[in-house]
Design a protein around this ligand. Structure first.
Ligand code: IMP
Length: 442
């Protein structure tokens, strides 16, 4: 069957390198659509040596003619969006006419950031380690049915004034001794609405029409499965559905619109923020991965926690998302290590070894990873573009990783540039590409 609309999402705890994978796949697509999260995401893409960091706008924007969509499942901070648009314009990348934002997307209000910081402070030692972008509080207002949507900024001013008044009043009750005035918040939202107006759209309809016209859509995930509000390491998660279900709810498309799912996984594991990370390393080895992989948050600059590849995690992601294949990134970071480990199970407190990801974080916190140790490779993989040219030990590592994770590595990334990529011959991704017709552009 011809695969046309592909979802690309994180199979670990985020920062797997989805930006690069989306960027390299984009020539096969006419539309790239984000379905959840907000500007907590940071997608770093290198093109001809130039570094682009995108937070809200899909990385497809770097390809002329591609339509980029921000879905209703995304929470939008207009200020952050305008900053990104202006930065892209400064790099000669025009977004006008190519960027659409769902009129149903919820707005991150200026004080959501403040509430995020406050909520973290109140949690004390149990803090989540959020990106302090106001993501959680914006989704809280959405689920609490008091959120403000982009269409509210564009419609009746009196109705908006009433909503803002009520929201600011609710906020003033949460923050002790606070008397924030609703009017400046309202004025700012009205001004933001005017700039947003040309981009606001019924993106569900736009997507349905694009698909009916035979235009391929790439559904771009942010964060990742283990950060998903339902399927991640709750409560140490983000506040949206980063896994596959989010595509349907976050864009208004039916499940059958998704014809393939590609999970992005790093050749080791990282996480930012708090919460369990069973294969976490410390000392020199952690430092070696952190420096080698430049493991610092693209949004916050925070050093990422690093560990060995956890096949329990990726196998779980493969199940939850129905992964057709894995895009394995940063293989080159492991170059030169004498030996490499893959976690295949967890020994829990009772002494039993479990191979399915536990729901209870207390079980996970006390879990000891069970490792398989493989030989490393001394000749570099960096920049290699053909599978057969990888050192034998690297191919062996990939094979074991596939066997233990239950999915084929169809793409292998061997460096940060677009060109440093292997598409494994005969893999499902090479089949998608072979069958994909030329894409009409906007
Ligand atoms: P929030 O999304 O800012 O509420 O943060 C919740 C958790 O998700 C924290 O552990 C963050 O570090 C993590 N997180 C949010 N966005 C990203 C991302 O893009 N990459 C990796 N971790 C993220």
């Amino acid at each position: 069957m011809l695969k046309t609309n592909i979802a690309v999402l994180g199979a670990q705890w985020g920062d797997e390198g989805k930006g690069k994978i989306v960027d390299m796949l984009t020539p096969q697509f006419a539309v790239v659509a984000r379905y959840q999260g907000g500007h907590n995401a940071g997608h770093t893409v290198y093109v001809n040596g130039r570094k682009f960091v995108l937070h809200l706008i899909p990385s497809g924007i770097l390809h002329p003619g591609v339509t980029c969509i921000i879905g209703n499942g995304v929470v939008v901070d207009p200020q952050a969006l305008f900053k990104e648009v202006d930065e892209l314009a400064g790099m000669d990348i025009a977004v006008e006419g190519r960027l659409l934002v769902s009129e149903k997307a919820h707005v991150i209000l200026p004080y959501h950031r403040e509430l995020d910081v406050l909520s973290e402070a109140r949690r004390g030692e149990r803090k989540i380690g959020t990106t302090s972008r106001g993501i959680g509080p914006a989704y809280e207002d959405k689920i609490g049915r008091r959120g403000i949507r982009i269409c509210d900024l564009l419609g009746d001013r009196q109705a908006l004034a009433q909503e803002v008044r009520e929201n600011v009043h609710a906020r003033n009750q949460i923050i002790r001794d606070s008397t924030l005035d609703w009017k400046p918040v309202f004025d700012e939202l009205v001004a933001q609405g005017e700039r947003l107006r040309p981009w606001a759209a019924d993106v569900s309809l736009v997507l349905h029409q694009a698909m009916a016209d035979g235009r391929n859509v790439l559904f771009e995930g942010a964060q990742a499965t283990l950060l998903d509000i339902d399927h991640g390491t709750y409560p140490f998660v983000t506040s949206s559905n980063a896994s596959i279900g989010g595509v349907c709810t976050g864009l208004g498309v039916p499940p059958r619109a998704i014809s393939g799912v590609l999970g992005v996984a790093k050749a080791y594991t990282t996480r930012v923020g708090e919460g369990p990370l069973p294969t976490e390393l410390s000392g020199q080895l952690a430092e070696r991965l952190r420096e080698g992989g430049q493991e610092y948050g693209a949004s916050t600059g925070r050093p990422r926690r690093c560990g060995w590849y956890d096949a329990v995690v990726v196998r779980y992601s493969a199940r939850v998302n129905g992964l057709d294949a894995i895009a394995l990134t940063k293989l080159d970071v492991l170059d030169g290590l004498p030996e490499i480990r893959i976690c295949t199970g967890y020994r829990i407190a009772s002494g039993a070894v479990v191979t399915e990801f536990p729901a209870d974080l207390r079980v996970l916190a006390s879990a000891e990873p069970v490792y398989e140790t493989l030989p490393g490779w001394s000749s570099p993989t960096k920049g290699i573009t053909e599978y057969d040219r990888l050192p034998a030990a690297a191919r062996h590592y990939i094979r074991r990783l596939e066997e233990t994770s239950g999915a084929d590595c169809a793409i292998i990334s061997t460096g940060s540039d677009r060109a440093d990529t292997i598409v494994k011959p005969g893999s499902i991704v090479s089949q998608w590409f072979a069958q994909s017709p030329a894409q009409p552009r906007a």
